[in-house]
Write a protein that binds this ligand. Structure first.
Ligand SMILES: CCCCCCCCCCCC(=O)SCCNC(=O)CCNC(=O)[C@H](O)C(C)(C)COP(=O)(O)OP(=O)(O)OC[C@H]1O[C@@H](n2cnc3c(N)ncnc32)[C@H](O)[C@@H]1OP(=O)(O)O
Length: 194
């Protein structure tokens, strides 16, 4: 992990993250937080369909296979798509804290090109928490979970209230998500602390 710029260094009063008592058990799939999410949703034909699995502590692993719709250069993944995979993986960590948070800052290093058809093996952890600020890091490897690092990222997520989404999201989608009779799906669409 690269450590990131000064803005991504936790302050002196930062504390270790605490896994929520009801966080999914290590090894459990987290599932999509929202079916229309470009990162993890099942109803986005060209989305990443990223699958995240809880790890120990406040960590997780995730996988995503690069499709032809994800190209930048011929036969290679677009860098922004790889950053999306990192963002989604890092964002999923907040479910283990049961905290509603959005990405404030995300810094990505691209270490190797990633060909179409490649599965990216991601691992991520929350490193520190300071008030509303959640610091986390992720790496993505190719050729297997222990293969060479292709991408890495450091991020700062900022805790927000659910109103953040209700105030800023398009009403059509907000209404549909809030009307979902599945309580867990409804909660997870907004990463609500139940
Ligand atoms: C349906 C979805 C499901 C939820 C998502 C779950 C699945 C994951 C999906 C991937 C995640 C995403 O892509 S989320 C979507 C992309 N992100 C966004 O749309 C966020 C857009 N930005 C914002 O709405 C806002 O800027 C906020 C909420 C991030 C911050 O605004 P605020 O609430 O007014 O807070 P503010 O006072 O400015 O900042 C609080 C503290 O954080 C620091 N801070 C704030 N921004 C930064 C920054 N970029 N770099 C460094 N530090 C920062 C401030 O200095 C301050 O530190 P101090 O003074 O306290 O020390």
């Amino acid at each position: 992990m690269s450590g990131g710029s000064a803005a991504l260094q936790p302050p002196a009063d930062a504390v270790k993250p605490v896994r929520h008592a009801d966080a999914p058990a290590p090894g459990e799939l987290l599932g999509a937080h929202y079916s229309q999410c470009f990162g993890c949703g099942g109803e986005q034909p060209h989305g990443l369909h990223l699958e995240a699995r809880a790890g120990e502590g406040v960590s997780l692993t995730a996988e995503f296979t690069v499709q032809s719709a994800h190209q930048g250069a011929p036969g290679l993944a677009h860098g922004g798509v790889l950053t999306t995979a990192l963002d989604e993986t890092l964002g999923s960590l907040n479910w283990l804290l049961r905290t509603v948070a959005v990405t404030g800052r995300l810094e990505t290093d691209f270490a190797r090109p990633v060909p179409v058809g490649t599965t990216l093996y991601l691992s991520a952890e929350v490193t520190a928490v300071a008030g509303r600020k959640i610091y986390s890091s992720a790496v993505g490897r190719i050729d297997g979970p222990d293969g060479p690092v292709a991408v890495r990222a450091d991020a700062l997520f900022i805790e927000v209230k659910v109103d953040h989404f209700i105030d800023h999201g398009r009403q059509e989608e907000i209404r549909a998500a809030m009307n979902d009779p599945d309580q867990i799906r409804r909660a997870r669409a907004f990463e609500v602390n139940p």
